[in-house]
Design a protein around this ligand. Structure first.
Ligand code: G3I
Length: 371
């Protein structure tokens, strides 16, 4: 680990420790928490939903600051929530999220500034390219500007690429052309000069999409615009552990001078429609018990497989502590994961390290035991 990284993690952990000292004494459970075990390696983060931000669930309210030292807003900073009308902004929940992170001395990630999905309905009605550029400029200035110096990192552009590495055909591409990505980073760098700026996407550990991400990042850098990191989302499946691709990606992204982050980690244990030979993805699988094999409890064998999967992942992450600055889980516990409702609604998935009752799973124990 580089001296600079050790110093940064040291400062963050010192702040976190001081917060603990001003409150009640640390419990035994705290001293073996993931954030403590991994304190000299990388930050351990979680995405937070509204209930958690508002500390409405006592178990979550206790567990989040005990186990995690970084937080990402799962939904409430997305355009449809934070910028619902051309000149209307709704910062209530985002303000609460940021205040929560400050109070708990956590590393705060804003998710996200520019994404084709979850846009407010007014955005699709914008006609001219000039007006669209004005929308993007206003959005970044207002949102990144409001939290400048408060949010530590922004996912500036999210999911701009197709699986083959080409640019996704989004409304941003259509109205502004390929350079919208660079422009978004330029605007974010001006609005939030001391905030880390990231490109965030899923499957960018895969060779073609990774090559596309590298092209995109090099373009931003060639324009002299700041980009600090790249987020490999990490929405993976128990049936496919992409270790080799992941290792190559960590090395290649690091070569660009960027921090590498795993930003939305979860591992589905359920079958996916597109994995079934001959299945029609548009077929309605809701209520199909074959697609929901563990409605009450995960089987021992799947639980063990998941634990070994997470162990392999974290072994790899520990090889690259110089390059990886953060590993964030996409949610706190299995019960709240988006994977219970995607790609099929109303299933029971087990993708995280805590079960629906906030108990540590075998996967947690494996990850903790590596330290
Ligand atoms: O808030 C409404 C609620 O009022 C309404 O009653 C309910 C009915 O469906 O919907 C609620 O909104 C849902 C929202 O999550 C908040 O729970 C949306 O339907 C649902 O589509 C939305 O899903 C989110 C998804 O992004 C949207 O694309 C997931 O929670 C969130 O985990 C997921 O996160 C994304 C990252 O931002 C980007 N990378 C992929 C990742 C997983 O899709």
């Amino acid at each position: 680990m580089t001296f600079k990284k050790k110093l940064c993690l040291g400062i963050i952990n010192f702040c976190v420790l001081m917060t603990g000292c001003t409150g009640s004494k640390k419990s035994a459970a705290d001293s073996s928490s993931l954030k403590d075990l991994y304190k000299s390696d990388f930050l351990i983060g979680t995405a937070m939903n509204v209930e958690q931000i508002e500390e409405k669930e006592p178990k979550a309210a206790a567990l989040i600051p005990a186990e995690f030292n970084a937080i990402t807003a799962e939904n409430i900073m997305k355009c449809e929530v934070i910028h619902p009308g051309w000149d209307r902004y709704n910062f209530d929940l985002a303000d609460k999220f940021v205040a929560y992170g400050k109070r708990k001395n956590m590393f705060i990630i804003g998710h996200n500034l520019i994404w084709h999905s979850q846009l407010a309905p007014f955005v699709s009605e914008i006609q001219s390219s000039d007006s669209f550029m004005l929308f993007m400029t206003n959005h970044i200035n207002a949102v990144a500007g409001r939290y400048a110096g408060k949010v530590n990192g922004w996912d500036v552009v999210n999911e701009a690429l197709n699986e083959d590495g080409s640019m996704r055909n989004s409304i941003f591409l259509e109205k502004l052309g390929e350079d919208y990505v660079t422009k978004a980073f330029e605007l974010a760098a001006k609005a939030a000069p001391n905030t880390e700026l990231y490109y965030n996407d899923y499957n960018i550990e895969q060779p073609q999409k990774r090559a596309g991400a590298i092209r995109l990042i090099k373009k931003i850098q060639a324009a002299g615009v700041r980009i600090d990191g790249v987020g490999i989302q990490g929405h993976w499946s128990i049936n496919k552990l992409p270790l080799e691709d992941l290792e190559k990606s960590i090395k290649e992204f690091a070569k660009l001078g960027l921090k590498v982050m795993i930003t939305e980690l979860d591992v589905t244990v359920l079958p996916n429609p597109w994995d079934l030979k001959g299945a029609d993805v548009n077929q309605n699988f809701e209520g199909d018990s074959a697609m929901n094999p563990y409605p009450s409890n995960i089987s021992d064998s799947a639980d063990t497989k998941l634990a070994l999967y997470y162990e392999s992942l974290f072994k790899l992450f520990l090889k690259y502590t110089d390059n990886i600055s953060r590993v964030t889980f996409w949610g706190v516990n299995d019960g709240q994961s988006w994977l219970n409702n995607w790609p099929i609604k109303n299933r029971t998935n087990y993708p995280l390290l805590f079960d629906k009752n906030f108990n540590k799973k075998s996967a947690y124990e494996k990850v903790a035991a590596l330290k």
